[in-house]
Design a protein around this ligand. Sequence first.
Ligand code: ASP
Length: 339
Amino acid sequence: MRKIILFLALAFIQCEQPSKKTEQQNNEPSFGIVIHGGAGTILKKNMTPELEKEYRAVLAQAIEVGHAILKEGGSSQEAVEKTIHVMENSPLFNAGKGAVLTAEGYASLDASFMDGKSLNAGAISGVRHIKNPITTAIAVMEQSPHVMLSGKGADDFAISLGLDTVPNNYFITERRKNALKRVQEKEAAKVSFYDPFIRDSKFGTVGCVALDQAGNLAAGTSTGGMTNKKWDRIGDAPIIGAGTYANNTSCGVSATGWGEFFIRSVVAHDIAALVEYKGMDITSAAKTVLQKVADLGGDGGVIVLDREGNVAMEFNTAGMYRAHMDAQGNQNIMIYKDE
Ligand code: ASP
């Protein structure tokens, strides 16, 4: 009899424990962070194990910076900014140092930021001297009456605030110089702008979406745009609603891919609109909008985070550098499609 009672007591404890844990987790504040480092024809066969390790290490470093800020109760804005700094400062990505080059051989950078609580936003395009473009995008939002500044004016704005500026050659790497040479050779050989080689000459735009413990979403994107770009071409990354969008009533989005198609499909806002107006889940919304991009002939990817901390990382290219961390600290870092 005593044995039976002991058995029943043990069984009761076993049943109780998991539900207590679930309850505890439910009471924990929900927060989360997701990043991308560009989408494109990223195939294992084109990657060395060393380079892959480097990419994964910087993605981990970046997302851990943002996660630590959120865990300590910091804002999603700060998490997005500091996370993007890590990728802008790394030569691996097409943002800040290591950005792709224009036809004339210099770096010209675009960035944008949006706050999901106030729907405030800031963006810059075509800047040549701002070390961390995402910080200036946030400064446009907070310290100017405008949403978007471009070119020399945007550089001057950053200088007037004392933000970090650098000579343009700070951004330039051998890898991007070689990529420009290859694209220009193709161009001289009259290869179409829509050639896969040309369309793939722009990997590494970076983006981040974060949800903080106060329930506020924020999203940011930073890029050098497309290799060999001319005529002060502007992509989707600095355009609020195309490359970046955040709204506490739906979700935050950052995009990467063939900017012309992302502008025409108004990707980031379209995803948020499907969630807000149709009650769609973020994965279905992201898939629906990326299909619109594909139907027009474009490709790329998006990261999305909703106000419950659900995450979507969707793309229609071979790969997308991406990572996610939830409130419990579970970390997921991925590059290829089949991961
Ligand atoms: N969307 C960026 C642009 O078109 C490039 C990229 O994300 O790869 O400027």
